[in-house]
Design a protein around this ligand. Structure first.
Ligand code: ZN
Length: 391
């Protein structure tokens, strides 16, 4: 799903490979605040609670937020569409609050989040400084951040972050996977959506919105050892799977979630990075709300795209890492397919263990770092364990 210009900005949405779902947001009712809830053993939500979406896809097992064997990750605690989330209900579901000068971070007491929330809060505050300094704009109100302890339910299982700009609220999938630097870039991405909304205005295209968020998070991606946005863009340019920026800009290509569909995000991030380092932030802020490239840059988007392609192929690309090897994109795609397999297994009621999930997470981390050796070891381990996962 792609946000409209007027909707709250959002990061990622549907997992395209999960079984077909009714995905039009207009078909979905607002979340029901009725189901009572302890976050651990939850009964399936009644079909009446979220009628149009839950019935065909709801798995029957819900993960406990504990490090013990995990049976499934899809939580029904969160409503069918993140766009319709009821933050008052989240306040109840995630009753503990860690506060910082800018943030109220909500989490589940006793969950893994409790052990890491202090470090995460410091990292999020540092990201705010980075974004505000880089863009010369300010967060205009306190931000609520909700740390969800499992995957979001379909169709948003691939979502790791979601910003409700109008509510000053961010939802993050925060289940203990990934690295500290990844958690920082996730929150930096979402905070960029919020700060840009507050200080620049409504993005004129999703490409510009997502590209800016990717550019702002890149500092932490690189700290994590990931291939740069330029490195990714150059790889897809070289192998022919590149999506023209003009197609990303005109809404013909959706931003469907980084876990499953990386190219739009990384390409947009590289392109926005190029615009900012070449022409400066002030002009970028102008095009951000107008989409008028000719007025802002004296060049069409197509011409700017051509210049960016030349930049990618030239020595001006200063990736701090070696250019990704030939296996890089294949590994990224294989990991994306692994997540599709995981969600399909969960939807079919298979009992997936924490170890199995960790193997996929390790493969994902390695793929982003162009560490083919680790991907080649962990991904088959994951797929084999998934095959053996019992119903
Ligand atoms: Zn985003």
């Amino acid at each position: 799903m792609t946000p409209t210009a007027t909707a709250p900005l959002q990061t990622m949405t549907a997992a395209p490979t999960v079984p077909p779902l009714p995905m039009t947001p207009t078909a979905m009712p607002a979340s029901s605040p009725t189901a009572a809830s302890t976050p651990t053993a939850l009964p399936p939500i009644a079909a009446t609670a979220i009628p149009t979406l839950v019935a065909p896809v709801t798995p029957t097992v819900v993960a406990p937020p504990t490090p013990s064997p995990v049976t499934a990750f899809v939580s029904k605690e969160f409503p069918a569409s993140l766009e319709w989330v009821d933050t008052a209900r989240l306040d109840t579901l995630l009753p503990a609050v860690y506060t910082t000068p800018h943030l109220s971070i909500h989490y589940l007491p006793g969950s893994g989040a409790e052990r890491t929330v202090g470090v995460f809060a410091d990292d999020a505050e540092a990201a705010i400084v980075h974004i505000q300094t880089s863009l010369g704009v300010q967060l205009s109100a306190r931000e609520d951040i909700y740390l969800a302890y499992t995957f979001f339910p379909p169709p948003d299982s691939g979502v790791k972050g979601y910003t409700l700009s109008g509510d000053h609220a961010i939802l993050l999938m925060y289940d203990g996977s990934g690295t500290r630097d990844e958690r920082q870039y996730m929150v930096a991405h979402e905070l960029t959506h919020q700060i840009a909304h507050d200080g620049i205005g409504t993005a004129a295209s999703v490409m510009l919105s997502e590209g800016l968020a990717m550019d702002m998070e890149q500092r932490y991606m690189l700290r994590n050892g990931d291939v740069s946005l330029d490195g990714f863009a150059r790889a897809v340019l070289d192998d022919g799977s590149y999506i023209p920026i003009t197609a990303l800009s005109n809404g013909n290509v959706g931003f469907l979630g980084q876990l499953f569909y990386r190219r739009p995000y990384d390409e947009a991030g590289s392109f926005v990075h190029y615009l900012i380092i070449t022409y400066g932030v002030a002009r970028f802020k102008r095009v951000y709300t107008t989409d008028d490239y000719v007025d802002t840059y004296g060049a069409t988007l197509f011409d700017l795209q051509s210049a960016w392609e030349q930049y990618l192929r030239s020595a001006r690309v200063q990736s701090p890492l070696a250019p990704p090897g030939p296996a890089y994109l294949q590994d990224i795609k294989a990991v994306q397919a692994g997540y599709a397999d995981l969600f399909n297994a969960l939807i079919n009621g298979r009992q997936v263990t924490t170890d199995t999930y960790r193997a996929l997470d390790d493969a994902r981390i390695a793929a982003d770092r162009a560490d083919h050796v680790t991907v080649a070891a962990q991904l088959p381990r994951f797929e084999q364990a998934l095959q053996q996962a019992s119903l």
